[in-house]
Write a protein that binds this ligand. Sequence first.
Ligand code: 13P
Length: 253
Amino acid sequence: MVRQAIVAGNWKMHGTRAENQQLLQTINDGLAAVTASQVLVFPTYVYIQQVAELITEMNSPIGLGGQNLSEHAKGAYTGEISAAMLKDLECSHVLVGHSERRSLYHESNQLVASKFIAASEAGLTPVFCVGESLAERESGRTMDIVFRQIDAVLDIAGMTGLCKGIIAYEPVWAIGTGVTASPQQAQDVHHEIRSHLAELDEQLANEMQILYGGSVNATNATELFAMEDIDGGLIGGAALKADDFLKICIAAG
Ligand code: 13P
């Protein structure tokens, strides 16, 4: 079974209108060299509309997503953004449970699972982020932590529901640190995740796209993406540099 590769750029809290335009234009111009992989960008909320308009103007194959969403459908939730709003702005995807949301904004496994459901019900594809901290890895608890994160979604969405999303394994110790998981370290976790899912449904587990994120760059992407269970990347810092991002897209095939 061949899973389509995905390269997703999480722009985090970066960008101006001018920078977004320049970045998107350069990526789009260079994408002619890339054939098979799906390329997605995740700007901050306030620039989603701008990026959606640029994508349309450029007649670009680049897909668009939000970095977060509310677990609620609508109502008195000052400062929050709903799944339906993201959909209305032409997003197809949304990140849920990024480790920065989990650690800095105290999002629990249960809250992340609710956001996953809210996204899915609105017709967005959740890019569901999981991963362990350095202390958790060093104490041998990586898979325990990752399975707990995944099981929180499985408990309320079931295997069919989970498989409407994409998983992104992002070890917290590798995010923004320049320390990448080795291809084998990443592959081992991806393989464990797939085996965990295969206990419930082998075919769906084989179809599940599992991305790696954490200090992916133009140099290490090829080796990471060559691993059997790594189906592309969720890119932070390198997604803000058009040339590096394009090299990563090319590495994904
Ligand atoms: P870096 O690529 O900057 O390590 O960030 C990864 C990430 O958090 C993507 O969501």
